[in-house]
Design a protein around this ligand. Sequence first.
Ligand SMILES: *Cc1c(COP(=O)(O)O)cnc(C)c1O
Length: 436
Amino acid sequence: MTNTPLKTSDPELFNILFNEIVRQETTLELIASENFVSYPVLEMAGGIMTNKYAEGYPGKRYYGGCEFVDQAENLAKDRANRLFGVEYSNVQPHSGSQANMAVLMTFVKPGDTILGLDLAHGGHLTHGSKVNFSGKLYNSIFYQVDKDTGLVNFDEVIKLAREHKPKLIICGGSAYPRFIEFQDFKQIADDVGSYLMADIAHSSGLVAAGIHPSPAPFCNVITTTTHKTLRGPRGGMIMMGKDDLNPWDIVAPKSGRVKNISELLDNAVMPGVQGGPLMHIIAAKAVAFGEALRPEFKVYAQQIIDNAKTMADEFITRGYQLVSGGTDTHVILIDLTNKDITGKVAEKSLEKAGITVNKNMIPFDEKSPFITSGIRIGTPAITTRGMQRDDMKKIVSLIDTVINNPNDDQKLFSVKTEVKELCKFFPLYPELRDQN
Ligand SMILES: *Cc1c(COP(=O)(O)O)cnc(C)c1O
């Protein structure tokens, strides 16, 4: 076994890692789904628990030697339950998509109908998209946002729900700048007798901080990623506010001694869609949840939103059109149609200038998903770095320069220089510098 450090044992990959560290440190990370984990989370995620096989759940594993990983997983669950005010959590899903898959496998049978937000209107692949398992296995139908307001069109949701009687309604999405309207969805789900799932992959950090409404009182089941606003390691999680639904409503009695839906969900995760859990990541989730339980996290989450609102106002002042006219959250969706530039070109030019965003469909987009008419911007990562109001104004002015001069390499280069200067004030992982 090689125990010399990566730097000497595999210089090729060390170099790739080093370049990525430099990229993260010297560019502006505005992808709404990204964040920077704390150094303790990084330590745990990069630590020796990666060596452990622990198929099963704490106290009920298929492998020996699980004493300490059991402690870590139990802590992750306890902290998640406290953080979100829920009775049940499963912290094993490797990703948000796998959390969603386990929930769909639990609540919906192949061929059943699900109702989710249209991908082009801010939804997610796993909410029924035809290219995803959720659209291939289930009869998926979609609601959209209203053309004028950019908000979920609840007249349409109720119409579709009454017409199609979905087994499950999914609320939440990846590019929805406003609070998710859990209560409105709950009324509709009750009206038609559907289960209601909230996918808070994006907003879970804001929910944990108590700044975004909580789905727990309204939704039967909740999924999230742990790596977006929640600022943990890359992964997923499933929760239930109360574990009080009757499992016999969704499984045939022959399936044995099932007492609660939580057992069905646990079984859907493992062995349903996964094998061995990533114990290093589960332990890192516990570390991140511990951080999110501290009062500082509330301050952080509020700053994410303040920063997004400052940016939104600044964009509007500069003549940009924002879907829904602004934001309640960390997400801004810019409609670039009046700026004579596609999302694709904007993304490329911004990247050249050291600013990372993603092109994004806007509701009723006339361009393809590869071109798009919009870009999505988010503030979680730059807020983690410590940037505040004045920095937001500066960043919008830099973005504006790029959008107005997408092919002017000299201007792009000068923006890049300014980006680097700004980043210098907000060092990332100084702990790593000593090691390199
Ligand atoms: C990011 C996201 C997911 C999936 O997360 P992955 O970890 O990338 O699989 C699911 N749902 C929504 C709404 C998301 O934004």
